[in-house]
Design a protein around this ligand. Structure first.
Ligand code: EPU
Length: 420
């Protein structure tokens, strides 16, 4: 159990840069299996999900290791398609190994993936897409098993909803399939484009990434290698932005892509924060003597909508704002498990499955709360920045799955925040 201690009431100042995006790095690490040459990923944060990915790569027989701030992978000939249950159960992103191990090892066995309990998270679209490309799918009681006899072949496949992970699985599979694949109804998130950028740098032929129709001309012989800098983490940048909105102060987020979290920045403007965006930086100011404006209605949806991962962070910001607000999450059924912690801090926040209703005007007081999941845990840290006295956030390791050192990062901006 980890404990993050927050002493609320301090304003923030200074500048900070987010690391490479977790949700880019995780599929990229899996995609390196498709490469017949070394790959180097720059500036990879030290997250437990990255450590789990390295362990999955090693268990598969691949060679992947940290080299300073980078990760370097080297090609190998023999790969095992058996993903150890402990590693699969440690994160949802174990699902990214389905396609590359199927391509490289000929078969893959994925025990039930873990990850945040945000509601049901089926993998049917991943499986249907791979089946359309020639995979044989077997559902065992405790695992999914995929096999192929010949090579995977191109397909014209429509995703029943724009799943980020399934689009990424199918991009990986199609890049090394025989013939052309057309993905329709694909997810358009920046991390999908980033994966396509990486695959293209390795010799894949992909057009349309970032739009709902992606066309991939397969390179059945496999991909080359490359040196690649993943996108900056938009949700970490969002977390810093939420922190200054909550605590007050004046911070600049450097080396970020403001366009990738512009819906959150627009939300902050609507609450009364002063937000100025540059090409790769954002300055956010909030005078904490002036209450933020509540009365906000947010709807989290697939890109370019309001990001679901940002929804609990927005909720934290709205707890002390003037007037009631509502947030609806169109993607996950249980996004607002952090509401119990908000209430313990003194806010009125009711979660009703997909919807969170916030009364606003709360006076928060420090107490002991429990991080229910990754973004919900971060939202409790953010809320605690405006609580009177000390808050202890108990965390079973959710937060370090997605943030390298959130307490230290916030402390570098002046927050009273540390690992206890
Ligand atoms: N879905 C299905 N069938 C599938 C796949 C998805 O029904 O085969 C449903 C899911 O149950 C969910 C919806 O589709 O209701 C969207 O899921 P999606 O597949 O898009 O999400 P994901 O790939 O599992 C990624 C991020 C999440 C982020 C979502 C939505 C990674 C590693 N994870 O998850 O990030 O919330 O997209 O943008 O890329 C996080 O970072 O904390 C996190 C949860």
């Amino acid at each position: 159990m980890e404990i993050i201690e927050v002493r609320g009431g301090r304003t923030l100042a200074g500048s900070i840069a987010p690391p490479a995006a977790k949700n880019s790095v995780l599929p990229l690490l899996a995609a390196t299996l498709l490469c017949g040459e070394p790959c180097r990923l720059h500036g990879v944060p030290r997250l437990t999900d990255v450590d789990t990915s390295l362990a999955i790569l090693t268990a598969a027989g691949a060679r992947a290791a940290r080299c300073g701030r980078d990760i370097v992978t080297r090609p190998v000939t023999l790969l095992s398609g058996d993903i150890p249950p402990r590693l699969a159960g440690a994160m949802r992103s174990s699902v990214f190994y389905l396609a590359p191990l199927l391509v490289r090892a000929g078969q893959v066995r994925l025990p039930v993936p873990g990850g945040c309990r945000l509601g049901p998270r089926p993998v049917d679209i991943h499986l249907d897409g791979l089946a359309a490309m020639g995979a044989r799918v077997e559902l065992a009681a405790d695992a999914v098993i995929l096999r192929r006899s010949g090579r995977l072949h191109g397909a014209d496949f429509t995703l029943r909803l724009p799943s980020v992970g399934a689009t990424e699985t199918l991009l990986m599979a199609a890049s090394c399939a025989e013939g052309t694949t057309v993905l329709r109804g694909a997810a358009c998130e920046p991390e999908v484009e980033d994966l396509a950028g990486f695959l293209t740098a390795c010799g894949a032929r992909i057009t349309g990434a970032g739009t709902p129709v992606i066309v991939i001309q397969g390179r059945a012989g496999g991909l080359d290698g490359c040196s690649y800098t993943p996108l900056p983490d938009r949700i970490t940048a969002t977390t810093y932005a939420a922190a200054v909105a909550m605590a007050g102060g004046d911070i600049t987020i450097r080396r970020c892509c403001p366009a990738t979290f512009s819906t959150f920045l627009d939300f902050l403007r609507a609450t009364g924060c002063d937000v100025q965006t540059g090409v790769s930086s954002v300055r956010i100011r909030r005078d904490r003597r002036v209450p933020l404006q509540g009365g906000q209605e947010l709807f989290a949806a697939a890109w370019p909508g309001f990001a679901t991962d940002a929804a609990p962070l927005a909720a934290a910001v709205l707890l002390t704002a003037q007037g009631p607000s509502r947030i609806y999450d169109g993607l996950f059924q249980n996004r607002f498990a952090c509401a119990a912690g908000f209430r313990a801090l003194g806010a009125q926040a009711q979660d009703n499955g997909r919807e969170l209703t916030i009364q606003g005007d709360a006076r928060l007081t420090g107490t002991v709360v429990t991080a229910p999941d990754l973004r919900g845990g971060a939202a409790l840290v953010i809320a605690a920045l405006a609580a009177e006295g000390k808050t202890c956030i108990l965390d079973e390791g959710h937060i370090r799955r997605g943030y390298q050192a959130l307490p230290d990062e916030l402390a570098s901006l002046g927050a009273g925040c540390r690992m206890a």
